[in-house]
Design a protein around this ligand. Sequence first.
Ligand code: SF4
Length: 384
Amino acid sequence: MSNSAASLDTTVATTFVEIAAKVARGTRIGRDEALWLWKNASDEEMRSLAGSVRGRFHAAGSCTYMVMRIINYTNVCVAQCDYCAFYTLPGKDGGYVLSHEDVFAKLDELLALGGDLAGFNGGFNPHLPLSYYCELFAAVRARYGERLEFYALTIAEFLYLADHAKVSYAEAAQRLKDSGVRWITGGGSEILTEEFRARHSKFKYTVAEYFEAQRAIVEAGLKTTATMVIGFDESIEERLEHLERTRQFQDETGGLASFLCWTFKPYFTQIGGIEITTAEYLRHLALCRIYLDNVPRIRTSVLTQNKEALGGLNYGADDFDLPIEDEVTQKAGATVSLDFDRILDYARELGYSPVYRHVSVGEPAWAAKSANQSLVASEESARG
Ligand code: SF4
């Protein structure tokens, strides 16, 4: 979509003034320019550029949030990613699969806490057939209707269950859709380069397979999102390759409703390591906003950065969620707080007016528009 101007402007800018001029014109920047910004631009300059791209989609001072819960329906997994502290191999102690009643109890609690979005995320469990997922999601839809929305699976789990069931991605997507599923989100992406996956998650599908599955999901009429995790051992070049592939996919499909980046929690993982700083995360968020000029919604991660994540609103983000549970990241060191008012007050201190976003309401009109159109944020964008 967008950026006919960009395709005509192949000059590589090599100073901040030149890059800023490109961004101001709505011209897309390339990887070399993004690399230049990462290495040379000050935090203030990153905020300024990210803010100007954010302003194409959102009114100054506006932001949205959700209260959500990740439901980790099984921790049994055969993928053995070396950065994961969550999984248990089949047949080992501690493995579990949640019953429908367990899931309903978690969803009831979510509603009681004022949330209305759940995300299902588990492992590659060879004992769960496709019918398990279809029955679970049909039961959730039947019990809750429009009272809550749910993100059913990540792309990575979708890949596994389709392969395990020996059906095409198109058929798996259709069967899930027929069971009441509307969203399969872009989780399980971490860093989308083949080299990263070979280093850390060689049983978790290739990047090519990831996008092939995501394309099938979009073509089935399901909604999807993009995600990214930073703070492993990835290079800046790998981060930029991830952003480039995401931008290309959005150009080709327009199917990404949002982009969420969070940070790796290393505790109790095989690879270990030290967490990156919040300052690095915020600079990266700014780079994402500048580079992903075709993704209207850029989300900042309270789950992994706590309330400091809201600093991301000054670095181009416009949306966040207040999580009440995610066993995957909590087992690796993430903490959650149910003191939502404290977090929302912090957003207000920063000059933003957070508005609850109900995913079930749907996306606002601007989400379908070209990213290089200057859009006037309105009440709709706050609802979005
Ligand atoms: S990150 Fe996901 S796919 Fe990888 S081992 Fe953990 S649960 Fe399995």
